[in-house]
Each structure stands twice: as C-alpha cells, then as structure tokens.
Design a protein around this ligand. Structure first.
Ligand code: GLN
Ligand code: ZN
Length: 763
C-alpha cells in the first residue's frame, strides 16, 4: 500500500486568524502569551485536519510566527548586529519581529521572493553572526503534535545548503566555512530528534532545482554524511520542489533514505531523469504529484498512471505520493466559496481539498482498478469547464492573435520621445513622484465596506473617493511633489481591482494566501478568456487631473503582474493569457490618453517572479513578458510618457529585459536591498528615465534626510542625472498618514538638496 505525504500546510487559518493575531500583537493588543495561545490553537487545528485526511506523513515545524527562513536564522541565533540588544541565546519576539519589520533604531532585514512564488522570505544576514542553536524548533513542534494529537509528525527542516545560498553577508568562498559552522548545529538538531523517537525528517533543499555544480554535490555529501552520522536511526528525506532536480544522478547517490521530487512543476525533467538513471532500490521516492501551487483539481487518472510508471522503478512500499511542495501557496479551503458558478467550483481544489485528493489517489494506487471509475468521475469536473463557452471567446482569440502578430513598438525611439516629452512637461531636474497609492486609512476601508454591503450607494462612495483625491492632491501640492497620483483609494488591491472590471476573472470570498509576514493576498482566478469591457481607471484619474496644473500619472497594473498574481487556467499557455491581458490593458491605456492623461504608469512588480527557475527557460519567458508589456503600451503618442514600476525582487540580472520594455521612466525598489541594485547600474548602464527608491516603505519608520541623500548620491554615481527621478520604493497604501507626509516632505527636501548639489555638475 503506497503511502501519502504532505510537505507543509498554510499558516493563516481558515479565516486569517493568524494574520489578525500577529497584527494585534504588533499593535500591543495581544501580549506574547495570548499570541502563543492563539497561534498554538491555529497550528493544532491544521494538524488535526491533515491527520483526519489520512495522510501518512504529516509535516510539523513548518508553521511560523512570520516566515520559515527567518525562523531558521533565529534558531541559529543569526541576528544582525544592528539589533544591538541581542546578546546571544534565545531570540526575543521583539527582535524576531524587529528583523522582519524594522524598529525605530534598526532597519528591517531584506525581504525577497521565495524562488518563483509570490511568497517572500526574510533574507538572513550572516555577517558577523556567531551561530548557535538557540532552540530546537522542529523538536518542539514534533513533541507538541505528539502530545496534543498523537501525531507521529515528520519534522520539516530548511536544509543548510538552501539556507546559506539564500542568505547574504558571506563571500562565495565563505560558503564552505559557513557550512562547517552550521553543520554541527544541524547535527545536534537531528540527534535530539532521533533521541525523541522521530522516524523521518523532511530536509528541504529546494535550491537543488537551480544550478547545482560539482562543489554543491560535494557539499551535499558532506551534509548528508554529517546528519546520518549524527543520527543513524533517523531517516532523511531530501526534499526538492518547484522544478526538476539538477544533478539527479548525483542526488540519488547521496547517503539519505529518501529523495523528494516535484512531478508537477518539474515533471518533464524529473521523469526523464528517472527514466534515464532509474531510482536506487534502497531509497524511498517522495513523488510530488498533487500541485501545491495551483488551485485546480488534479487529473487523478493521469496522476495514477504517472505513479504506476514510477512504481516500476521503486518498490511499492518505497513510493510516497506527496504534494509537490508545501500547500502554503494555495488557499485553505473551498468551504466558504458559495458564490462561485457550480461548473467552476467543481473544478477547484484548495489545500483541504488537496488533502482529500491525495487520500483518494493513494487509495486508488495499487488497487486493481476498482477505483478508476471514481477517479474518472473526479476528473470530469475540469473537463466540463474546459468545454464551457467562457473558455473560448472567439472574438478575443482573434483580436489578441492579431495584435500579437505585429511588432509592438513605440512610434519613435526613446531619445526622440524623451526630447519631445522634456519640452512638453518642463519638469525640474530630479522630478519627484510617488508610486501610486496613498494610505488606505481605516476610513477608506470603512467606506468601501459600506458600499460593498449596500449601505452606501455608488454616488456616496464615489463622492467619498473624490474627497480623498481632493485631499491628497492638495497634500502632494503642498509637499511640492512634481508628478502627482490620484492615490488609488478606490482599489483594495492592484490586481483585484482590474480583475473585477475585466471579463474572464472570478473572485473567491476567502481564497487568501500568505504573501509576506501577515500580509495575505486573495489572487483572482483567470478561468476564461480575458476581455476589456469598458474604462477602468479613467474617471478617478481624470478627476485628479482636473484639480491640478501638475501632471497626474494614470496608474495601471501590467499584464504580467496581473497574470503572475492570479491563479490561472491551465488549458492554455501563460503566454497566451499574457497577450489577452495586454490587449485589454492597451485599450485602457488608450482611453486614459484620450481623456487627457499624459503620463501613464503600468506597474510590473511581478515580472521577475514569473522567471522560470531553470536558466534554459528564462530567455523565452522574458521575451514574451517584455512583449506583453510593449503590446499594452506601444500605441500612445510620442509625448505621452509611459512609466513602469518594479519591486520586491532583485533585478540586477534582468536589466536588459527592463530596458527592452522601453518604458520612458521606471521606478525600482532599491533601499531594502541596501543599494545593491545600484551596483549593477555601474556595470550595465541604463539610458532611460529611472527612479531608484530612496526610502523603504515597508516600515513605519521616517527615514533621515541623510539616508535619502546618501541613496541619491550613490545612484548618481552610476546613472545620468538628467534621467534621474526621486521617489519612494513602492506604493504607500500600507502606511499611516503622518509617517507618509513626514517621509515625503523629507524626500522633497532631499530632492532640493540634490538639485543644488548637482546643478553645477550639469552646466
Ligand atoms: N501603484 C501601486 C501602488 O502604489 C504599485 C504597488 C506595487 O508595486 N506593489 O500601490
Ligand atoms: Zn512596488
């Protein structure tokens, strides 16, 4: 009888109780004990569900108070020196959350994408750290699950190679020295686990799906050897996910008891490797067949066929049917989704439904086909949806194909457009602007609720939005910002807002997933062909422009970001979906321009996260992503200035693609990576308008003037002053009123100082 395994489960709870508890704690409304109590309740509820689903391998230790990478750093006492109160030993909650979010005295640690997902982890800073084992977190989790629920859990441990490679603060040659320092700590963890009676440990090494060279293989040998020597009675499952494992033939030689592979997102590569090299008889194969990232029901007959093929290489009792990765990336449960069309609802599976799916599949394995009818019935739901009219609108297919066939190009090259735009806009040196959103105050959220509940009519709500725009246009003018925005008060979320106005999207009531820390997002579902149905942003933008002489930037979310932050259909390619979106957005860009808006920002913060993990697949993705952006923006007049914005990621390895997007101005988040991005402009010159964020907006802290002038000076050492803009790192919607105004005042002051300082250089 084959076994089943789950690699991890969402943390946020059925109703985002987790988020609420964290935020109440930060607001001082929930003390540490209360927080512990509430989070323990949530954690145990999750474990109970997994247990009840019948899964054989239940993850423990994957739960977090913020982020699992931060947990690992803190478990090893790796705390940056700027958190001066840390004296070694257990890390206090205050420092833990300080590292995540910043404090009055110390900036937060950098945050970045977890591989190619929309989950963000806190980047460990190794420099100057003295690693020690401050607590054995997986052990505590194992004990708890056993004592409270009688669960024999499989502790999840972020492996040392991935942990180190995702960290910063060491030179390349320092990696091995760091490995030597961490390995004894890992050894101690597994030793204590073994002593406690733990049978299996899930050692997550997702880094193994990215480039794995000979040195890495040596490191893995060292890691596995050290851990098995420390705990010979413990079984290690070396777990990979998100793509096919590199160096497969070397991995299967490692001294571990099991290898976990992703047969959803790495299907092609992993299956080819198994076919070519086989699988060792002495190891367990964790076969990730249930998608931990998508929301559609699995085609179980296909999954069963796949597992049947794999079982030819493995002893039946050595095969574990698993989720492809942690279920962290999908919403918790479909239970509350009462508003969806039945044919759509029937085709979906969130985390809890995936648990059931895994159980059904496992039950079918090894049987003599008596469950095949059940599997076929299960599979019928997605097939029925595929046949539905919403999935193939011929008008859209034809139009999108027609525009995709033309080369998307602005009328004139940048240099010529730039001269025309300069003459038209007459902006000062280093124009100041913001990224789009202003604080979504309690008042704004309240108004939206009243309107959504029907207690306000559209007129009342629109009136309220107008008042907000009035107020913030005035504030921006008073502060002295050069290019204004309307503030995005009518939007909860930059993707949801557009999805609600375009055809082809559907929204869940409760389909939240964690994005970073307590921040959750509710990705829309692109289930059908995408179509423009009428102007989406024109009214508010035009209204804002009517209030001021200064230019107001129109504000749109780009095709790739909308796609990457949605759950998408799987019956057509992502490229096709992107072009449908681009075609729809082009119509909005044109509508804004026709309404007299002369600067239009098309945000693409998520371009980078869609980048395939395999180098061999990246160029193709970037090519069609850039093409989609250009399709959306290329039809405007020369004097119309196209802006774009990017954040959350490291962009230094895709500057060429950013350039190819051909936006007139780009603003990029910079300060969370402490200016590292700037360095890349020293080697790759960038010849279009650019604003490198001069302060971090993820923290309520008001930056000092010299921090901003420092960022500006560094940037101007690499970039042309006449193309340089001054702006914050990202939108300000999560910030409060006072810190926003104070920070922007300082930013404008920094711009004035810079103008004084650099004007001589320029003449
Ligand atoms: N225009 C958006 C805002 O300011 C951009 C947000 C983002 O980049 N994530 O909120
Ligand atoms: Zn941003």
């Amino acid at each position: 009888m084959a076994k089943s395994g789950v690699l991890g489960y969402p943390r946020i709870g059925e109703n985002r109780e987790w988020k609420k508890a964290l935020e109440d704690h930060w607001a001082g409304k929930l003390d540490e004990q209360e927080l512990d109590l509430q989070l323990t309740g949530i954690r145990l509820q999750h474990l109970r569900k997994i247990k009840e689903s019948g899964a054989d391998f239940i993850p423990v230790g994957d739960f977090s108070y913020y982020d699992h990478v931060l947990d690992t750093a803190v478990m090893f006492g790796i705390v940056p020196k700027r958190f001066a109160s840390y004296q070694g030993g257990a890390v206090s909650r205050a420092i833990y959350y300080g590292m995540a979010r910043g404090t009055k005295d110390a900036t937060a640690c950098e945050m970045t994408k977890w591989f190619n997902t929309n989950y963000h982890y806190i980047v460990p800073e190794l420099e100057g750290a003295e690693p020690q084992l401050t607590e054995n977190k997986p052990l505590l989790a194992y004990r708890e699950a056993k004592a409270e629920l009688g669960i024999e859990g499989r502790p999840v441990l972020l492996g040392p190679l991935t942990f180190l490679k995702l960290s910063k603060g060491y030179a390349e040659q320092g990696l091995d020295a760091w490995l030597d320092r961490l390995l004894p700590l890992y050894a101690q963890i597994v030793q204590e686990l073994e002593r406690e009676g733990v049978q299996w440990v899930q050692l997550d090494e997702p880094i193994l799906v990215t480039k794995t060279d000979e040195a890495d293989v040596q490191r893995l040998h060292k890691i596995c050897a050290a851990l098995t020597a420390a705990a010979p009675g413990l079984k290690l499952l070396l777990q990979t996910y998100f793509e096919s494992a590199e160096a497969y033939s070397a991995l299967i030689e490692l001294p571990v008891h099991g290898i976990g592979l992703d047969f959803v997102h790495g299907l092609e590569g992993n299956l080819a490797a198994v076919r070519e090299y086989g699988f060792p008889a002495d190891k367990v194969l964790g076969a990730g067949v249930i998608d931990g990232r998508g929301i559609w029901k699995a085609a179980l007959l296909d999954k069963k066929a796949l597992l049947d093929e794999l079982s030819a290489f493995v002893q039946p009792e050595q095969l574990i049917a698993q989720t492809s990765c942690s279920l962290l990336h999908v919403p918790v449960s479909l239970q509350k989704e009462t508003g969806l069309a039945p044919e759509l609802h029937a085709a979906l599976a969130f985390a809890d439904e995936k648990l059931a799916e895994l159980a059904l599949l496992t039950r079918a394995l090894g049987g003599d086909g008596e469950t095949d009818a059940e599997l076929a019935a299960y599979d019928e739901a997605v097939q029925a949806l595929n046949r539905s009219a919403s999935r193939s609108r011929q008008d859209i297919r034809t139009a999108a194909a027609a525009i995709a066939a033309q080369e998307p190009q602005r009328n004139k090259p940048f240099a010529e457009r730039n001269a025309i735009q300069r003459a038209k806009w007459q902006l000062p040196l280093f124009p100041t602007t913001t990224i789009g959103s202003f604080p979504q105050s309690a008042e704004v959220r309240k108004a939206r609720q009243l309107w959504r509940r029907g207690e306000w009519n559209a007129e009342q709500y629109n009136g309220f939005i107008r008042e907000q725009i009035d107020r913030w246009v005035q504030i921006q003018e008073e502060i002295g910002i050069d290019v204004l925005v309307h503030g995005e008060f009518e939007r909860t979320d930059m993707v949801e807002f557009f999805g609600e106005k375009l055809a082809g999207f559907v929204f869940t009531k409760n389909g939240w997933v964690q994005s970073y820390g307590s921040r959750c997002v509710k990705p829309p579902i692109i289930y059908g062909d995408v179509a423009f149905e009428g102007p989406m942003t024109v009214e508010e933008t035009r209204y804002a422009q009517s209030l001021t002489q200064r230019p107001v930037k129109g504000m749109l979310t780009g095709p790739i970001t909308i796609m990457n932050w949605s759950f998408v259909r799987e019956d057509i390619s992502r490229e096709q979906i992107a072009y449908q979106l681009a075609y729809a957005l082009r119509q909005e860009v044109e509508a804004l321009e026709a309404a007299g808006i002369g600067m239009i920002q098309v945000d693409e913060p998520a371009v980078r996260e869609g980048l395939p993990l395999k180098a061999s697949k990246q160029a193709n993705y970037l090519e069609w992503a850039v093409r989609a952006f250009r399709l959306a923006t290329c039809t405007v007049r020369d004097e119309t200035q196209i802006h774009t914005h990017m954040c959350y990621c490291e962009f230094h390895d895709m500057i060429d693609s950013i350039d190819a997007m051909d936006a007139d101005v780009i603003s990029i988040e910079t300060s969370r990576s402490h200016g590292e991005l700037i360095g890349s402009f020293e080697v790759n010159t960038y010849g279009k308008g650019i604003g490198l964020g001069v302060y971090d907006i993820h923290s309520p802290r008001v930056p000092e003037l010299n921090e901003m002038t420092g960022m500006i000076d560094r940037a101007l050492a690499a970039l042309a002053p006449e193309l340089f803009w001054i702006n914050p790192d990202c939108g300000l919607k999560t910030r409060g009123y006072q810190e926003t105004v104070a920070s922007l005042q300082r930013m404008v002051e920094a711009a004035h100082l810079a103008r004084e300082k650099y004007k001589q250089v320029l003449v």
